[in-house]
Design a protein around this ligand. Structure first.
Ligand SMILES: C[S@@+](CC[C@H](N)C(=O)[O-])C[C@H]1O[C@@H](n2cnc3c(N)ncnc32)[C@H](O)[C@@H]1O
Length: 268
């Protein structure tokens, strides 16, 4: 197995840890904004890449679009399938690597990825694949955590401790406008980049940490692999990060999850 394929196998194990669907509940507003920004509606053929348990797939299918949701982590595909079935939504769930999509050229009107493509190890390969399967006139829409928000900062911090890289060395480069433009412009005739934020609320700093230790696959992977002293120092750094970004002044926690939303139109 070559190095990239080996890395992806290890990444799948990592994404399957913890309780991702619980984490993803907090990302729903971004998925809804992405679907609206891509102007997805009745009958549109939509591919959601690195779909997780289906935040975008659900929002897109609820508009009446024909949705395929793909991800490379079987456990999340199963969770997503169960979720859309329970909601009575018709979504095709398919195992696929964002860097080698198993679809013909131009098959979809919209290709989306919420906080997903940003974790593919080779950004230029994943970007080219997203545009390849998009029909002329269609759109590619992405969201990514920006470096100037809590979620971006914790993604970067986890990268220092994880036994497996989270895709590229710096996934949050996808949240820097100049970088995203450089990556998408070769494929897109028109490009719109905007910024938004979600606010994550918790009762207290210890409650925030406990929630992360329960649900975050990255933190669970770190706990499994680090000597206990290093894991404790990681928890201390996360607590510092929470305090640094906390907007609340009443003992509770309000964290900005700032993200960038990029839409590229594919008209060649
Ligand atoms: C932060 S989650 C985002 C999931 C979902 N889009 C959402 O908004 O909740 C990242 C997802 O990317 C998937 N992923 C990472 N690298 C991938 C790759 N190379 N191909 C396909 N999926 C990938 C993981 O399995 C995980 O579901």
């Amino acid at each position: 197995m070559n190095e990239v394929a080996d890395l992806k196998e290890r990444m799948k194990d990592f994404w399957a840890l913890g309780n991702y669907p619980e984490v993803a509940k907090r990302f729903v507003p971004a998925a809804e904004k992405l679907v609206a920004a891509c102007d997805i509606g009745v009958g549109d053929r939509v591919l959601d890449v690195a779909a997780g348990d289906g935040n975008v797939a659900v929002a897109a299918a609820q508009t009446g679009a024909r949705v395929t949701a793909s991800d490379f982590t079987p456990r999340l595909l199963a969770a997503g399938r169960e979720r859309t079935e329970a909601l009575g939504l018709e979504v095709r769930w398919e195992e696929a690597d964002a860097e080698a999509l198993p679809y013909p050229d131009g098959m979809f009107d919209a290709v989306t990825s919420a906080f997903g493509l940003m974790f593919a190890p080779r950004p230029e390969v994943a970007t080219a694949e997203a545009f390849r399967v998009t029909a002329p006139g269609g759109v590619v829409g992405l969201t990514a955590w920006t470096p100037d928000g809590f979620t971006g900062q914790i993604t970067a911090l986890m990268g220092e401790y994880l036994p497996v890289p989270m895709g590229t060395d710096r996934p949050i480069d996808w949240g820097i406008e100049t970088t995203v433009r450089k990556r998408l412009e070769p494929h897109a005739s028109a490009l719109e980049v905007t910024r938004d934020r979600i606010v994550w609320e918790f009762d207290s700093v210890p409650a925030t940490l406990a929630w992360q230790e329960r649900n975050f696959g990255a933190l669970i992977a770190a706990r499994h692999s680090l000597p206990s002293k290093e894991y404790t120092s990681l928890l201390t750094r996360i607590a510092e990060l929470i305090r640094q970004w906390n907007h609340a002044t009443d003992g509770s926690v309000r964290l900005p999850a700032a993200y960038l939303l990029a839409i590229g139109r594919h008209d060649r």
